[in-house]
Design a protein around this ligand. Structure first.
Ligand SMILES: *[C@@H]1O[C@H](CO)[C@@H](O)[C@H](O)[C@H]1NC(C)=O
Ligand SMILES: *[C@@H]1O[C@H](CO)[C@@H](O)[C@H](O)[C@H]1NC(C)=O
Ligand SMILES: *[C@@H]1O[C@H](CO)[C@@H](O)[C@H](O)[C@H]1NC(C)=O
Ligand SMILES: *[C@@H]1O[C@H](CO)[C@@H](O)[C@H](O)[C@H]1NC(C)=O
Ligand SMILES: *[C@@H]1O[C@H](CO)[C@@H](O)[C@H](O)[C@H]1NC(C)=O
Ligand SMILES: *[C@@H]1O[C@H](CO)[C@@H](O)[C@H](O)[C@H]1NC(C)=O
Ligand SMILES: *[C@@H]1O[C@H](CO)[C@@H](O)[C@H](O)[C@H]1NC(C)=O
Ligand SMILES: *[C@@H]1O[C@H](CO)[C@@H](O)[C@H](O)[C@H]1NC(C)=O
Length: 560
């Protein structure tokens, strides 16, 4: 079977650039200007308080949501949809969106800056006639998010001697991938032990060996999507992640370059249930610690305030949990910590340049560079100065991931710029390349509230172990992209998990839980989540169900 166009990654979060901090977001779109009925305002400012042991009075609420990214806002919307208005969203940053974050960059002819996305940047998998639609695509359309089709066939290839055509290797890779994805399907159905993407591709005939052009093609096809090396990425669940988005929805990836920022859709959704300056949204509020039990959760914030809730939904990134940023009391149980440590958090770094001219081919979207010595060294260059995007902007950016991200994060802008400029000189030896007039990149793994960009399914993680990652611990619940069994790493993963958890908690609070899978099955879709005390080494076919976060078959092909 032929594989669809490969996508570029995506769920990334925010940055440390000074531009970023200057931005402050308000609820721009208000309930009353949207074609949506506003809920009646809840009694908020006069929320009751409760005695918190030694610490005095805490504000009391039914549900506290930690994080105002896609998962947190969607969970709150799911509660609102069930007439639960008594919740509080705590957000460390001064804006809604989390790892969907943008900043000003460079200059337009009139002197005003462009807007570029530091994190999540694509709608991946749209929808097709007769098939389901990706909820992120639905929302991008509602909020008129400016986007354009990323054409992954629109690519020129280079190595250290300049332009060299090795595009034939894409076909070689994709032929092997077609075999690999079917093999992964057999593994899944026959309950065979998962392996690495490296092994899956090797047994399907793809062996790049020391051929650096083949290594560059492999990076483009795999690492660029997962922000991980194929030697540590899972095979079966990696293919599942690809199938669920690109075969179920569609093979298209649309790149977002909206001057309001991609998070305009999240702000828009928030404004369907939050009023302007709503006291249920606490921006600039850093969670200091989380105390949970089987009856309540108490959140202490760095500003000295505290919140006591019947339920908490923690949407911290996997990186934040892995780095023990916020202490839990009692400490999370061993089974939970093992699940957290077992999954991967990737880092995806876009390094932006604006020049005074477009010295590269202005009609081409992508430029792939094969370094002679180092795999993944400034490999994928993406032009925005191209028809359909921001023609005449003279902006191009290069992406690095994983170890290369960590390396460039440790060095100065000047050092990274010099390395990348040396690569451009190799790619375009005949050009007189001027110095950039603007240069910037985020340092995601150093962001204390993100510790990376998005998750990837590590080799050896079974569906049962992933379910232990998802599942609640007493009244403490978790939601976000990493908890999605089928859409981990994608915005839609954060959306589906936010809805799932919001709906379950609505059910527990005496309202309706509306969760079900795409076939209308709801066994195990509501109530506390399933957890495994004894883990099996593989995943039996009957376990692929909504109780384990599996809501659609990975064999669906509406999107072809
Ligand atoms: C809430 O309800 C609206 C209107 O039916 C729907 O469009 C939206 O998807 C729902 N949100 C969630 C998270 O279920
Ligand atoms: C999106 O654009 C359409 C057509 O221009 C307009 O009718 C609609 O109000 C816009 N929606 C939002 C949320 O801006
Ligand atoms: C994508 O790019 C290729 C190569 O330039 C071109 O042949 C093809 O028509 C483009 N596809 C679309 C949908 O623009
Ligand atoms: C992925 O989709 C392809 C195309 O439908 C199918 O052949 C393969 O078995 C699927 N693999 C998995 C793991 O779902
Ligand atoms: C929201 O807060 C801002 C800043 O304090 C204020 O200017 C504005 O009037 C408030 N809006 C509403 C609707 O209360
Ligand atoms: C949580 O933080 C508060 C406020 O700093 C402190 O009083 C309390 O002891 C902390 N609780 C735990 C369990 O660390
Ligand atoms: C780069 O391309 C040139 C021209 O095809 C070739 O001679 C050289 O061996 C390539 N470099 C590497 C490291 O493969
Ligand atoms: C860009 O800057 C370089 C170096 O200063 C200069 O040679 C070139 O003419 C400039 N290009 C344009 C289009 O101004």
């Amino acid at each position: 079977m032929r594989r669809g166009l490969f996508s570029a990654s995506v769920l990334v979060g925010v940055a440390s650039s000074p531009h970023m901090r200057q931005q402050s977001f308000t609820l721009l779109s208000l309930c009353w200007i949207l074609p949506i009925v506003c809920p009646p305002p809840a009694a908020l400012s006069d929320n009751p308080t409760t005695q918190d042991g030694a610490d005095g009075l805490c504000q009391k609420t039914s549900v506290v949501i930690l994080g105002a990214g896609v998962a947190g806002i969607t969970a709150a919307q799911a509660l609102s949809n069930q007439s639960i208005h008594d919740f509080i969203i705590v957000e460390r940053n001064d804006y809604i969106g989390g790892r969907v974050a943008h900043t000003n960059f460079g200059f337009q002819p009139d002197g005003s800056p462009y807007t570029v996305e530091l994190g999540a940047n694509w709608v991946q998998g749209l929808g097709s006639e007769g098939g389901p639609e990706n909820p992120i695509w639905t929302l991008a359309k509602i909020y008129n998010i400016t986007n354009h089709f990323s054409n992954y066939s629109d690519i020129l290839t280079y190595n250290e001697t300049g332009a060299v055509d090795y595009t034939d290797l894409f076909d070689v890779f994709e032929d092997a991938y077609s075999i690999a994805e079917q093999t992964a399907g057999v593994y899944l159905r026959d309950n065979l032990q998962d392996t690495t993407m490296r092994v899956g591709m090797s047994i399907s005939g793809w062996k790049p060996k020391k051929n650096m052009a083949a290594q560059a093609v492999e990076w483009w096809e795999l690492d660029w999507e997962t922000a991980q090396n194929p030697d540590s990425s899972a095979f079966v669940f990696g293919i599942v992640g690809f199938n669920s988005t690109f075969y179920q929805f569609s093979g298209e990836n649309n790149f977002v370059f909206d001057e309001r920022g991609f998070n305009a859709f999240i702000i828009g959704e928030a404004s369907t249930f939050l009023r302007q300056n709503d006291s249920r949204l606490l921006l600039n509020t850093e969670v200091k610690n989380v105390t949970y039990s089987s009856d309540e959760v108490i959140i202490h914030n760095a500003d000295g305030t505290c919140i006591s809730a019947s339920y908490a939904i923690c949407t911290f990134s996997l990186g934040v949990l892995q780095n023990d940023v916020v202490p839990f009391n009692p400490p999370l149980p061993t089974w939970k910590r093992t699940a957290i440590e077992s999954f991967h958090m990737g880092t995806y770094t876009k390094i932006f340049f604006q020049f005074n001219e477009t010295f590269w081919d202005p009609d081409t979207q992508f430029f792939l560079y094969a370094d002679p010595n180092q795999r993944g060294y400034f490999p994928v260059w993406q032009s925005l100065s191209t028809p359909g995007f921001l023609p005449g902007s003279n902006i191009i950016f290069v992406t690095v991931v994983g170890e290369e991200s960590y390396r460039v994060e440790q060095q100065s802008d000047e050092e990274t710029q010099a390395e990348a400029m040396a690569v451009l000189h190799q790619m375009f030896p005949e050009k007189n390349i001027p110095d950039p007039i603007a240069f910037m990149y985020p340092r995601w793994s150093l962001e204390p509230w993100a510790h990376g960009s998005y998750s990837d399914w590590a080799t050896g993680v079974t569906l049962e172990r992933h379910q232990n990652l998802r599942t609640n611990v007493d009244r403490l619940w978790f939601a976000g992209e990493a908890y999605s069994a089928e859409y981990f790493g994608f915005l839609q993963g954060a959306w589906f998990e936010g809805r799932d958890v919001g709906s379950r908690i609505a059910g527990l609070l005496g309202k309706e839980c509306t969760n079900e899978d795409v076939n209308g099955n709801s066994a195990g879709a509501c109530g506390p989540m399933k957890r495994y005390q004894v883990l099996h080494g593989t995943t039996r076919e009957e376990e692929y169900d909504i109780a384990n976060g599996w809501s659609a078959s990975s064999f669906l092909t509406f999107g072809f």
